[in-house]
Design a binder for this molecule. Structure first.
Ligand SMILES: Cc1cc2nc3c(=O)[nH]c(=O)nc-3n(C[C@H](O)[C@H](O)[C@H](O)COP(=O)(O)OP(=O)(O)OC[C@H]3O[C@@H](n4cnc5c(N)ncnc54)[C@H](O)[C@@H]3O)c2cc1C
Length: 432
């Protein structure tokens, strides 16, 4: 089903006798309203994954409606560090290249061509290499990435300080990835949602989905606390809540909530130019990624104990210097933990010594959608008809969400899966 992109009057709101029977089975306020909203494609989740999927579907003329229980960007997509990963397309682009370099192209399009202020810039990333042992490992790693056509270099501390004057000159070396960037999480995610609406999508916020029923005529009935929505195709973009939303359909989606937490200094004049990282964690994970049958790989904590320190940060356009890094499995606990923040601040000060003297002005936390096997889950769920998912983007879904949404939208629109999505096929892990 297609439509002209700028025709919002086409949204069908069914009223009258035909819907009374359905409404009578639904919560009181809906029965009082007596209305059922209909769309060809219904997306649940107003983070980056859902907003980008909505935008790219609406742009292709599809009749799309997005439901979000809070506001757009009220969870991880609005709480993250705002770092955009990747090292370019490489010689043989794989899913990771598509999600990173492809998303960078979409960020450029949104800000430069479409005029959204997302505070996007390709700042490049400096990743600190702390020890000689790490240096030996990353020398080989960088050589193999360069041979694959990726944009990455090793810099001496002196070279690093020439482009990032606050970087610690006493460390072993730095990795420099010029294709990496940064953007404001809330502004960016809301830009995608706005662009989706301009292209003809409808967005309903404050709609908490509480049950989903397959219809005998095909498609789905989706109930929120106040309304019923009907669609032909359903897209799950509910981030760390894919598990509970999957349960509404009787399926097991192996995504667990992982708490990430951050802290910020007060605003100050520009001092940190790049996004900043450290190889300490990835070096540890290269030896043991800590995963098991229920634990995703690459967490900083296991069984309640710290396994490694992880680091990411940048200076925002408003002047705050922000850092974070912990990845802990604590269920749906989204409260920051001061001990972890202190460890992270020490790690940040190892790389950017300036921050040791700057008080913490605020802290926050959010829940990231980690799949148990560590790979994204993007595509069609074959256990049900016309059911799609865009999730499992873990700690990188802000930077990778734009292209994840585009790949999902293209799949839904054309019925053909881009071969790069084979790696993220839900069939590998979503079960009854
Ligand atoms: C502290 C922190 C730092 C991070 N740093 C980075 C970074 O620098 N770079 C990067 O790329 N990524 C980063 N991430 C990860 C990134 O934020 C996530 O991978 C990404 O935002 C996930 O997007 P999403 O749309 O899948 O999920 P979300 O943004 O969580 O969106 C899911 C939405 O679904 C809604 N929802 C859930 N259940 C229902 C329901 N029943 N009914 C209606 N709506 C529902 C939620 O309210 C939510 O808004 C970080 C995350 C955190 C927490």
């Amino acid at each position: 089903m297609t439509k002209k992109p700028t025709d919002p009057t086409r949204r069908r709101i069914l009223t009258g006798l035909g819907t009374l029977a359905a409404a009578s089975m639904l919560p009181g306020r809906l029965a009082a309203q007596g209305s059922v909203h209909e769309a060809d494609v219904l997306i649940i989740g107003g983070g980056m994954a859902g907003a980008s999927t909505a935008f790219h579907l609406a742009e292709q003329g599809r009749d799309v409606l997005l439901l979000e229980r809070g506001e757009i960007a009220s969870e991880a997509s609005g709480q993250n560090m705002g770092g955009l990963g990747g090292s370019g397309w490489g010689n043989n682009p794989n899913l990771l290249s598509y999600l990173t370099a492809g998303s960078a192209e979409i960020f450029k399009r949104m800000q430069i061509d479409m005029g959204y202020d997302m505070e996007f810039r390709l700042s490049g990333t400096l990743t600190a290499i702390h020890t000689e042992e790490e240096y030996d490992y990353y020398q080989d790693d960088v050589a193999s990435q360069k041979a694959g056509g990726y944009q990455v270099d090793l810099l001496s501390p002196r070279e690093a300080r020439a482009i990032e004057p606050e970087a610690n000159g006493e460390l072993a070396a730095y990795m420099y990835r010029p294709e990496r960037g940064q953007a404001d999480p809330v502004k960016s995610t809301r830009a995608f949602a706005h662009a989706a609406e301009v292209a003809g999508a409808t967005i309903h916020t404050g709609q908490n989905v509480v049950s989903i029923t397959p219809l005998s005529s095909g498609g789905y009935s989706v109930q929120t606390v106040t309304s019923e929505y009907r669609c032909q195709s359903l897209v799950l973009a509910t981030g760390a809540w894919c598990g509970p939303v999957g349960s509404m359909l009787g399926i097991n989606i192996p995504i667990v909530p992982i708490r990430g937490q951050m802290w910020a200094t007060a605003s100050m004049p520009p001092r940190v130019m790049h996004t900043i990282g450290s190889t300490e964690s990835s070096f540890e994970w290269s030896k043991d990624n800590g995963s098991d049958s229920v634990t995703p790989p690459n967490l900083t904590h296991k069984n309640g104990r710290r396994f490694t320190r992880h680091l990411y940060g940048r200076q925002r356009k408003n002047g705050e210097i922000i850092f974070g890094g912990d990845r802990e499995s604590l269920g749906y606990n989204g409260t920051p933990d001061q001990a972890g923040i202190d460890v992270n601040r020490g790690h940040a000060a190892d790389v950017i010594p300036l921050v040791a003297s700057l008080p913490i002005a605020r802290t926050w936390a959010g829940l990231m959608p980690f799949s148990v096997d560590g790979a994204p889950i993007i595509g069609k769920i074959p256990l049900r008809d016309n059911l799609f998912i865009v999730s499992g983007l873990a700690s990188s879904g802000f930077g990778r969400g734009p292209m994840a949404g585009k790949l999902a939208a293209d799949y839904i629109h054309t019925g053909n899966m881009n071969p790069v999505l084979a790696e993220s096929d839900p069939a590998r892990c979503v079960t009854e």
